[in-house]
Design a protein around this ligand. Structure first.
Ligand SMILES: Nc1nc(O)c(N)c(N[C@@H]2O[C@H](COP(=O)(O)O)[C@@H](O)[C@H]2O)n1
Length: 150
């Protein structure tokens, strides 16, 4: 079965970057992965810190999508790596949702974002679903780590 997630009422909303599962990375607290991801577009600038301190993930997303300031030049080639790092940290630091992710076995995970054909599957399902793919990669990674521990 395919697992779709997107809205706050979806059973697997915890897979969304907007869900309230923060983590500490590089001596900083990131309230959600959306804060982390959006801030990395401007890494090393004052604006990245402003995004980190945004009151909500939606606000962080709006700030990160504002094109009045230039994106870091390598963003297009770095963004999947950045997303992977944030998703990994989120599930590494939050055991309750790590268990949820691991409990999905080998099921396909899809971000059902109607207007996002890159991170999600888009309105017609043809999107690249990079966020779903990264969640599945992180699931494999965490499963391997759990096996090593036991
Ligand atoms: N909630 C929500 N609304 C949208 O309009 C979206 N596009 C998404 N997808 C998420 O957007 C984040 C990255 O977007 P940008 O690369 O900054 O456009 C990421 O969290 C996607 O999962 N979600």
């Amino acid at each position: 079965m395919t697992i779709f997630f997107y809205g706050v009422n979806d059973p697997y909303y915890c897979f969304s970057n907007f869900s309230p599962y923060g983590f500490r990375l590089n001596d900083k607290w990131w309230p959600t992965n959306e804060h982390f991801f959006q801030a990395q577009k401007f890494a090393g600038t004052f604006y990245a810190e402003e995004i980190r301190l945004a009151k909500t993930p939606k606000q962080a997303a709006n700030m990160g999508r504002d094109r009045n300031l230039p994106l870091r030049p390598d963003w297009d080639i770095s963004r999947n790596e950045v997303m992977h790092l944030g998703v990994y940290q989120k599930f590494k630091h939050n055991s309750e949702i790590r268990e949820v992710l691991l409990s999905t076995g080998n099921q396909l995970i899809v971000e059902n974002a109607p207007s996002d054909y890159y991170w999600g599957c888009g309105a017609d399902g043809s999107g690249a679903n990079h966020l779903g793919r990264i969640l599945m990669e992180v699931r494999t990674q965490l499963r391997k780590e759990a096996l090593k521990k036991n």
